[in-house]
Structure formats: structure tokens, C-alpha cells
Design a protein around this ligand. Structure first.
Ligand SMILES: *[C@@H]1O[C@H](CO)[C@@H](O)[C@H](O)[C@H]1NC(C)=O
Ligand SMILES: *[C@@H]1O[C@H](CO)[C@@H](O)[C@H](O)[C@H]1NC(C)=O
Length: 512
């Protein structure tokens, strides 16, 4: 595949739109902190105080791999450093990360991961509990449940918690309606996660649990699903029907150091962590943080922001953050005040497009800033920058890019066609794109959803990461009462053949 052909193909698929470039001037307005506000809170509290609240546990998980997804693992490493400084012990922090970033050949600072443009290394010292192919849904669930015998591989560390303990879970990745990504297959379905949380609650092995979730459509993981009474408080980067956003991306302000061609963080994630990094968390409640993070993540309600949501036992948000994530004694004099907000980044990048950003900064085409559709690379895809023009490596990369794009087009077309076959040309878009009212889960019958996805994949090839965006359509097909047989028939008709490549391989299937 020549460069020219690739370029032609590209421009024919992709409507380009440039970001509005009118960035506001926020230089020098980064943090405003109260210097003297320490009068009323306890100071110099010894770590023994932990016992008063049971043990603090944390599960940190990055659900992606690949250098173009740098930011998810950067978020997780940052969270670890934060918790560590705040007094949590390694034995109580379970980390899941693919661990292919720090020593990735693309990483301009080998062995170092940063989560903000001027940030320190967040990689050093991060426990490698579950890395590579051990980052699985099953291990994640087993770790939460504290079930060592169910763990496969990894360090075996689990949340071995008791009734007085507090648990904090932070997940950062791509997602879609009702699903969260993993660097391995299958992906995580919302109802399975809720089931695990219910089991943990039934086991009586925590007092309360806080779940922070960064992903596209992350609200759909809890919306209508996480009931009250489980002593769980969750916040999500976005509501059930919108993207979440990467930040510190090339071309944005603030942008990463010049040598970085990837986003360094995600907007919601860095918002809660940069807030937590600097405050005395004995004096800041979950609710206060929620408000602050909501404001920053909304990005002045611009197109490049999302709506942070809260679910479950909202009353728990009166608790101080200290109860869950400790506090850094060095911040004892930095108490939370409302005006104290971190400045929002002016631009953020849609999670589905963030990998494209990486791509554009690599590929030798002259292109506008960003592309509207998702692009995600398989982990074996060679990188571009270091490959000379015309070299076998570059040609291979270009070929794989075109394959990936044709896989995407194929999915777009076949999902549409399945819809038309099932509901007729007129009604199909209405059914496929319907959004249920707030408070209702994505789908009533999750087994139906899994079955239909699997049936579609059998005939049409894997949905892959890109296909997560169609989960709502599949859910709506279930909600409309379509069963497996009808789905099989429509899929078989829609996909008489499909591009056979890495992308469509059923080993990359979504459902187990
Ligand atoms: C732990 O996992 C094992 C293996 O999957 C399972 O047989 C067992 O029932 C689980 N234990 C609990 C307490 O859930
Ligand atoms: C906080 O302020 C007090 C009083 O000014 C000072 O003695 C103390 O060292 C400060 N603590 C920290 C951690 O900076």
C-alpha cells in the first residue's frame, strides 16, 4: 500500500473538523491556594489513626494497553503515588496495569511516566500486581471480592477486607454503553460489575466503598443499576450517553512536553487527583470534590467536556476523602475552599479520538487537528515515528491503518444494515439510537445483550474496541424484543463477507 493510496483512502473516509482554536489565556492562573486556613482541623495525626476507620483499601485499574492509550496507565500510576503519599500501604493497594508504557520504544523518557506536562515521574515504585495478560475481568472481580483462589497469575494480592474497612476503586479506560474495556478480552459488562459489588456487600467485608470511574459513557455502568443501600458511592467521568475526555494532549493548551505525541491524562481523572494532591483531605468531603471535578470536567460546558455524575448512596459523599484515600501530611495547611478550583484545561480530546491524536502526530500526512471518529490500534501495531519513509515497517503500519479503517467502516455499515433488516429502513435509526430515560438501565436483559453481541460477532467479526460505541444499539435491539434467531438471520444477511483481518478476529470478541 503506497502512501498515496493510504492518503486517498483516508480523506475519503474522514470528514475532518478542526477544533476551535480560540484558547483562553489561562497561563499563570493554575492554582490558587489558601495559605492560612488550618485553624480548625487536626494536625500531625499519626498513621495509627487509620485504625479508627478500619483499613483503607484501594483497587486501581487501567483497562487499556498500547502507547496511544498512555494516559490511562498514567492516571493509575498517579493514583498510586497519591495514595502512597497519603499513607496507604502497598499491601492494601492492588494495581492492575498492562505495563507496556514506561519502557515502550515510543516513550521519550524511558522508565518514566508522567500524568501532567510538568509532572514528576509517577511510575517509580508502582506495585506490579497484575500486568500484561493478567489484567482480566476475572482477576479484577476476584481482587475486589478478596477471593485468592479465583486469581490467575499476578501477585495474588486481593482486597482482604473486613467489616470496618473502606474501599476505594479507580478505573480508567475506554468504555461504551454498558461496557468497560480491558487490555484483554472479554470486556467488562456493567451488570457483572454490579453483581460483584452486591456480593462484596453481602459478604459484609466493607463499611463503605467509593468508586471513581473514567470512561466514555461511564454513567451507563451505574445508571439504573447501582441501587442505594449497598454503602457504595460512585462518580463517573460522563453521563450514560457521552464521551469522556483525554487531556494534556498534543496541540492543546496546556500541552505535553514537545517530545510527547500522546495525551498524558484524562480530564476527570486528573481533576480529582490534582485536587487531592494539594489538599488536606481531612477537610475536604467527597461531595466537595465531586463539585469541583464536575466543574473542571464540564470544561465550561464546551463540546470538549462531559457531565460528571454520582450514583448509589449519595449521602456517603458527606464523608471526608481522608476516610478512603488518606491524606498527605505535607498538605496539612492546605484545606479545601470552594474558590480553590484548579483551572480547567482549555481543550480536551474525546476519548474515542485520543488514539487518533497520537496517530496524527506520527503519520506523515498533513491533516487538520482531529478526526471525528474513533481509532484504536491493536497492540501489535508497529509505531510510525521511527520508521523511515518507504521502509517495510512504515508500509506495514500504513497497511494496518487502512485495515483498521475498513474494519470500522464495515462495522458502521453492518450494524446499520442489521437494524434495517430488523426494523425497516424508516424505523431502524430511531430504534438503534434511542436513549432510555434517566434512571433506567441500558438494557433489561443483560444475557440477551451478551447473546446478541456474540451472535453478531459470529457473523460479522469482532466488534473490537471501536465497536463499543454500538452497545446501545444492541441493547435497544434486545429491548425491542429481538431474540437470538432473528439476530443471527439478520447478521448473516448483512455480513455475507467481511474484511478478514486482525480486527475482526473472533479472539478479539467482546463477549466470552
Ligand atoms: C472463590 O473462587 C473460587 C474459584 O472461582 C470459587 O469456587 C469460590 O466459590 C469463590 N469463593 C467465594 C467465597 O466466592
Ligand atoms: C502548617 O502551619 C503551621 C503554622 O504556621 C506550621 O507550624 C506547620 O509547620 C505547617 N505544616 C506544614 C506541613 O507545612
Amino acid at each position: 500500500m503506497t502512501r498515496l493510496t493510504t492518503g486517498v483512502l483516508l480523506s475519503s473516509f474522514l470528514a475532518l473538523f478542526a477544533f476551535a482554536s480560540g484558547s483562553r489565556d489561562l497561563i499563570g492562573d493554575v492554582l490558587r491556594l489558601p495559605s492560612e486556613a488550618a485553624g480548625f482541623f487536626r494536625r500531625g495525626t499519626a498513621p495509627e489513626d487509620n485504625d479508627a476507620v478500619g483499613t483503607r483499601w484501594a483497587v486501581l485499574i487501567a483497562g487499556s494497553n498500547g502507547y496511544w492509550n498512555y494516559r490511562h496507565q498514567a492516571d493509575i500510576c498517579h493514583a498510586y503515588q497519591l495514595l502512597k503519599k497519603n499513607g496507604l500501604r502497598d499491601e492494601n493497594i492492588v494495581v492492575f496495569m498492562y505495563d507496556d508504557i514506561a519502557y515502550n520504544e515510543e516513550n521519550p523518557r524511558p522508565g518514566v511516566i508522567i500524568n501532567s506536562p510538568h509532572g514528576d515521574d509517577v511510575y517509580k515504585g508502582v506495585p506490579k500486581d497484575y500486568t500484561g495478560e493478567d489484567v482480566t475481568v476475572d482477576n479484577f472481580f476476584a481482587a475486589i471480592l478478596g477471593n485468592k483462589t479465583a486469581i490467575k497469575g499476578g501477585s495474588g494480592k486481593v482486597v482482604d477486607s473486613g467489616p470496618d474497612d473502606h474501599i476505594f476503586i479507580f478505573y480508567s479506560d475506554h468504555g461504551g454503553p454498558g461496557v468497560l474495556g480491558m487490555p484483554t478480552y472479554p470486556y467488562l459488562y456493567a451488570n457483572d460489575l454490579i453483581e460483584v459489588l452486591k456480593r462484596k456487600h453481602a459478604a459484609g467485608t466493607y463499611k463503605s466503598l467509593v468508586f471513581y470511574l473514567e470512561a466514555c459513557e461511564s454513567g451507563s455502568i451505574f445508571e439504573g443499576l447501582l441501587s442505594e443501600g449497598l454503602n457504595i458511592y460512585a462518580t463517573t467521568a460522563s453521563n450514560a450517553e457521552e464521551s469522556s475526555w483525554g487531556t494534556y494532549c498534543p496541540g492543546e493548551y496546556p500541552s505535553p512536553p514537545q517530545e510527547y505525541e500522546t495525551c498524558l491524562g484524562d480530564l476527570y481523572s486528573v481533576s480529582w487527583m490534582e485536587d487531592s494532591d494539594i489538599h488536606n483531605l481531612r477537610t475536604e468531603s467527597l461531595h466537595q470534590q465531586y463539585e469541583l471535578v464536575k466543574k473542571r470536567t464540564a470544561n465550561d460546558n464546551s463540546f470538549y467536556g462531559s457531565h460528571v455524575m454520582q450514583y448509589g448512596d449519595i449521602g456517603l459523599s458527606e464523608n471526608n476523602l481522608f476516610l478512603y484515600i488518606g491524606t498527605n501530611p505535607a498538605n496539612d495547611n492546605y484545606t479545601f475552599v470552594d474558590e480553590n478550583s484548579l483551572r480547567p484545561a482549555t481543550k480536551a480530546v474525546n476519548q474515542r479520538d485520543a488514539d487518533l491524536v497520537h496517530f496524527w502526530h506520527k503519520f506523515p500526512f498533513t491533516v487538520p487537528n482531529f478526526l471525528p471518529s474513533t481509532f484504536s490500534f491493536p497492540s501489535h501495531l508497529p509505531q510510525f515515528r521511527k520508521a523511515p519513509e518507504g521502509s517495510p515497517r512504515k508500509i506495514k503500519a500504513q497497511k494496518e491503518f487502512v485495515e483498521a479503517m475498513s474494519h470500522r467502516m464495515h462495522l458502521d455499515d453492518s450494524v446499520k444494515l442489521v437494524g434495517k433488516l430488523l426494523f425497516g429502513i424508516e424505523k431502524a435509526p430511531e430504534v438503534l439510537n434511542a436513549i432510555r430515560p434517566t434512571g433506567l438501565p441500558l438494557v433489561d436483559d443483560w444475557d440477551c445483550l451478551k447473546n446478541l453481541v456474540r451472535t453478531f460477532e459470529t457473523h460479522c467479526g469482532s466488534l473490537s474496541q471501536y465497536g463499543m460505541k454500538y452497545m446501545r444499539s444492541f441493547a435497544n435491539i434486545c429491548n425491542a424484543g429481538i431474540g437470538k434467531e432473528q439476530m443471527a438471520e439478520a447478521s448473516a444477511q448483512a455480513c455475507i463477507n467481511f474484511p478478514r483481518n486482525w480486527w475482526s478476529s473472533l479472539q478479539n470478541g467482546f463477549s466470552a
